[in-house]
Write a protein that binds this ligand. Structure first.
Ligand code: 6A9
Length: 799
């Protein structure tokens, strides 16, 4: 058969590869479907996508539990990339004891040619417990959306195929390519274990389906593939009264070996018992390379070696760290970092926004968006985003304030990748300056979100963390240029191997100031528009407390809160006062102080002197008003401002994360007399202190552990990271009456937090969204390798 040309859409594809400080071409392909256990795609809106499905063939029930999208309900014992470099590839290990199999997925990117390079994937399996059989069927699928076509080159056969399966295809962006799926040379020989006799015949046979999905439906590939297996099996199996009487599932649960005309989805199924291995070679014709098993043998060895040495340079565990043996801690740190990197996804599609929605207490606001009659929930134009994700299983999509933390971590490893991701987020800032908190782009992303959470509202904010990434780059740049350069230090990131893996990203020490400035300058204007949107739309009324405030303007209130939740603050059910147009939120004014300070540093770096001066003024006005409006003498803590039933303003004080904000964001001067009581509360076992980290709400608070108990006590790693950063960079470093205390607390907190997250990882196989404030046990979503992965930065003391 020859290539079929499918013109599913005639829309031109936007150019995605951009001119950057240096090229980003080796970022075209990635494990950019992190919602899947193993899903590859290029960062192109419509193109080639792959996925992996597996199920046990030990019985007929297992097919209902076929594995594909990461799902806590699958009950995998663990799954994590152990090594992953976004420019080169990596290794992932998945443990599935319900099917007694450990699956390893290797992904190797091979640069070359003029279409973003080629890649090789290796999928291998072995019984977790060799004493018992491990019977698995794997399905590797590839599908194409958009312009171009793919077709199977290998001849079809009604009874399955022996030997490799080959496809060839072409798209405007990828050019011509071939895909070959090849068993390990001796898959039968490596297939060990007690086979059933009938099963022997099955070894080495590959079954196929070629299906035709309507445009935009490729993300549902698994459902169609499983349906075609069921369609074939049902008439056979129905003849038997019980599953026990039916033939061995490996004879019946097969793809139909039928390729429809104009197929755009191809599924390749294999049956194994015991160990197995097969490779998928994607060869871009323009690169003119032919791969075989040795390509990935050598390539992955090189990727792992290169990852390990770069990790030592970038995220070392200081020798002073108190641990008898740092080896397991180091593998853990590598795994969480790799999983953050392997969690980077590319998303494309429409989202839902409602320009007219407002809660009662927000209704007096001047409506920010032009009144263009666009009220009610509507679909937007499709948009693209390359972003890290908090949790591959539960929240596999972009979240605004999570991303600032992700970018700190990514940027410490690869400055230019963090800038590339940041650029994408900045592109989403609309003409008013708004960007949606949750990026639910396209139907696949939407399918994971209950309807009532899908709509985003253009007056709702979320903590402004994105500038963290910018200031981290500036800081890194300045440090590199003050100190010796990488070359002076004799660091050579290139490694000498046979395989053409992508070269390491440049260290920031060799980035040119003018080049960095020019990239940042492009981001400055939209970020400033975003900043101004915050100041305009989240402004609070300073009526009554205004008597005591030095600044008449700097007071802030989160829009879009409900009675029970302030989702916009990021700390959903943290206790607050009753909703009121006159309330003022401490965390938001602190975030605005932080945002202003980082914008000031940004303006300075790109020589926008006037702006820098005006940011400096606002910053000090904010710092003054934090004291004037929010410090409560009686309870000796910073508090929200609320309006009571007599219409009087009053402090709403809840000891916990909110009350720490001025300290946590280093807005308090180190000699502030308020620092003492804050540190006391922080270090008090009856309040915020635990052996496992800082609690979100004081143990002595009447609501501690109550209700939803999401932000009413549990320990969150990113907040602990901010506390550690404030201690390390400011209060333990700068002279002041509490410097010694800050130092002690820093050391103790760092140990507590690291030890607990690590201990829980060893105990459960996962890192978690949050940790129990009384026992330290991991809870809620897992794996949660978004900001919980900051433990790597905490170990390396990068704040
Ligand atoms: C609801 C559930 C199948 C909640 O990490 C992302 C965010 C944080 O930004 C936020 O601070 N998480 C924190 O309070 C997770 C939010 C998930 C909302 C999606 C749908 C799906 O149910």
């Amino acid at each position: 058969m020859r290539i079929l040309w499918l013109f599913l859409t005639l829309l031109p594809l936007p150019l995605v590869c951009s001119n950057f400080v240096n090229n980003t071409e080796n970022l075209l392909w990635g494990a950019y479907r992190p919602n899947l256990y193993f899903g590859l795609r290029p960062r192109l809106p419509q193109s080639l996508m792959t996925g992996l499905v597996w199920f046990g063939t030990q019985n007929y029930q297992s097919i209902a539990k076929a594995r594909h999208a990461c799902d806590q309900g699958d009950g995998l014992d663990s799954y994590t990339w152990t090594h992953f470099n976004p420019r080169q590839g990596g290794v992932q290990i998945l443990r599935d004891s319900q099917n007694n199999v450990e699956i390893t997925t290797e992904f190797l990117k091979v640069p070359g040619g003029s279409h973003g390079g080629s890649w090789v994937a290796r999928i291998k399996g072995a019984p977790l417990n060799p004493k018992f059989p491990s019977r698995i069927s794997t399905i590797f699928y590839l599908g194409l959306e958009g312009l171009g076509g793919v077709d199977m080159v290998t001849d079809e056969s009604e009874n399955g195929i022996d030997g490799p399966v080959e496809f060839s295809g072409t798209t405007p962006d990828l050019g011509d390519f071939t895909i070959r799926i090849v068993d390990a040379p001796d898959n039968e020989a490596v297939t060990t274990g007690p086979h059933s006799e009938a099963f022997e015949e099955r070894l080495g046979k590959t079954h196929l389906a070629g299906l035709r999905l309507p445009p935009g439906q490729l993300w549902t590939a698994k459902d169609h593939i499983m349906q075609s297996i069921v369609n074939r099996a049902s008439p056979i199996v129905e003849k038997y009264r019980t599953a026990e009487q039916a033939p061995d599932p490996s004879f019946t649960l097969q793809l139909p070996d039928d390729i429809l005309t104009a197929s755009n989805l191809f599924a390749v199924q294999k049956f194994f018992e015991g160990e197995f291995q097969f490779d998928v070679f994607f060869e871009s014709a323009s690169a003119n390379q032919t791969f075989d098993a040795s390509t990935i043998d050598q390539g992955i060895a090189a990727v792992v070696a290169s990852f390990n040495s770069r990790f030592e340079e970038t995220f070392p565990i200081p020798p002073s760290y108190p641990a008898n043996d740092v080896t397991p801690l180091k593998s853990f740190s590598k795994a969480i970092t790799s999983n953050l990197f392997g969690g980077i996804g590319y998303f494309y599609g429409t989202s839902i926004i409602d320009k007219g929605f407002a809660y009662e207490w927000d209704q007096d606001d001047e409506i920010d968006a032009a009144d263009d009659g666009q009220n009610g929930a509507r679909l937007t134009e499709p948009r693209a985003l390359l972003t890290a994700t908090p949790s591959r299983s539960f929240f596999p999509r972009g979240f605004y304030w999570d991303e600032g933390f992700h970018l700190l971590h990514i940027g410490a490893w690869d400055t230019e990748l963090s800038l590339e991701i940041l650029k994408g987020w900045i592109k989403l800032i609309d003409s008013d300056g708004w960007v949606a908190r949750e990026q639910i782009l396209g139907e696949e992303a939407r399918s994971r979100v209950p309807a009532q959470f899908q709509t985003q509202v253009p007056t709702f904010a979320n903590p402004p963390t994105l500038t963290m990434a910018v200031t981290a780059i500036i800081k890194k740049f300045n440090a590199a240029h003050d100190g010796p350069s990488a070359a002076d230090l004799g660091i050579d990131y290139g490694i000498n191997v046979q395989m053409p893996i992508a070269s390491e990203p440049e260290s920031s020490a060799v980035l040119d100031r003018a080049a960095v400035q020019s990239v940042l300058r492009d981001m400055y204007k939209p970020l400033k528009r975003h900043y101004e949107w915050f100041r305009r739309t989240q402004r609070g009324q300073i009526k009554q407390y205004g008597r005591r405030a030095r600044s008449r303007t700097e007071g802030y209130r989160w829009r879009g809160r409900s009675e029970a939740h302030v989702l916009t603050s990021g700390m959903d059910d943290y206790p607050r006062g009753p909703p009121h147009a006159g309330e003022l939120h401490l965390d938001l004014i602190s975030w605005m102080g932080f945002f202003t300070r980082t914008m000031k540093d940004f303006a300075q770096f790109i020589d926008e002197e006037e702006d820098a001066a005006s940011f400096a003024e606002i910053e000090s006005a904010i710092i003054n008003n934090i004291d004037d409006l929010h410090w409560d003498e009686e309870s000796e803590m910073y508090c929200d401002v609320g309006i009571d039933s007599d219409d009087e303003s009053t402090h709403i004080c809840h000891a916990g994360y909110v009350s720490l904000f001025p300290f946590m964001l280093s807005l308090l001067p180190p000699d502030s007399s308020h620092l003492g009581p804050i540190l006391d509360m922080l270090h008090d076992l009856e309040q915020l202190w635990s052996e496992y980290g800082i609690r979100s709400l004081s143990k002595s608070h009447p609501e501690f552990g109550k209700g939803e108990n999401y932000w009413k006590g549990p320990i969150w790693v990113q907040i602990n990271y901010m506390v550690l950063g404030a201690l390390h960079n400011t209060y333990a470093r700068e002279e002041g009456p509490f410097q010694e205390k800050a130092r002690e607390i820093y050391e103790e907190l760092r140990r507590n937090l690291v030890n607990n997250v690590f201990k829980e990882y060893q105990r459960t196989g996962y890192v978690w969204e949050q940790y129990d404030p009384l026992t330290g046990e991991g809870q809620r979503s897992h794996p949660f390798t978004g900001w919980t992965s900051l433990v790597t930065l905490i170990l390396a003391e990068i704040y």
